[in-house]
Write a protein that binds this ligand. Structure first.
Ligand code: BEZ
Length: 210
């Protein structure tokens, strides 16, 4: 077994990092990557992370030649071109754009949940903006309703980049917004998630288990 040639800057709670980790597991590439944990918030940057990654994003993937890839979409696409199994991102045709658009909606749910977390956990209480938090939560509700009502069959068809994104978004909601009660409103999504969250890739990356 050869030493890892790449470094993934990561934080186990980040749903975007988890997406990359799930892709690594699903494509059999975990051993190519060493993990470097960073304790990052919008108000506490990490100097090493900013090298080659001026916005200081995680996840970021430092390649063997020193180049740094970010963000999770770019890293997932890069990793998906590096394995011999079925692609997690369709290479061509309408399915490529459709699955990437579903993945983008999953990213939007993650974004809204992470922003809510920052607003409720990091921002001093007297500076919180309730209408802004409510707008983020509406975005989450609309995204989940769309997955439930329009896309559940497609999510069930393949555990690809779209399904991985939705699974990681739901995992993050359970971690940081456990009172949201999304399962009552989205029973089909809940049943789908109960199944996919048992996959080895999801269990190995579950922040509440690691
Ligand atoms: C979190 O702890 O919720 C978190 C950590 C890193 C990135 C995003 C979210």
């Amino acid at each position: 077994m050869s030493a890892p040639s790449m470094i993934l800057f990561y934080s186990p709670a980040s749903p975007f990092v988890r997406k990359v980790m799930v892709v690594l597991h699903e494509t059999g590439q975990t051993e190519r990557v060493a993990l470097q944990s960073v304790n990052l918030t919008p108000v506490s940057p990490v100097a090493e992370l900013n090298q080659g990654n001026p916005a200081g994003k995680i996840p970021a993937l430092r390649l063997a030649d020193g180049n740094v890839l970010h963000d999770s979409r770019v890293i997932c696409e890069y990793l998906d071109l590096q394995h011999v199994g079925n692609p997690l991102i369709p290479r061509e045709g309408w399915s490529r754009w459709h699955r990437l658009t579903l993945a983008s909606l999953a990213d939007a749910v993650m974004d809204a949940a992470v922003l809510t977390r920052y607003e409720t956990f990091l921002r001093p209480q007297d500076k919180r903006w309730d209408s802004w938090i409510e707008a983020q939560q509406d975005k989450i509700r609309r995204g989940l309703a769309s997955f439930e009502q329009e896309h559940i069959a497609e999510l069930s068809a393949a555990f690809d980049i779209a399904a991985i994104g939705v699974a990681c978004a739901l995992g993050y909601l359970d971690l940081r917004m456990p009172d949201l009660g999304w399962r009552e409103q989205q029973p089909k999504l809940a049943a789908w998630y109960a199944e996919v969250s048992q996959r080895a890739s999801m269990r190995a990356t579950d922040p509440s288990l690691t």
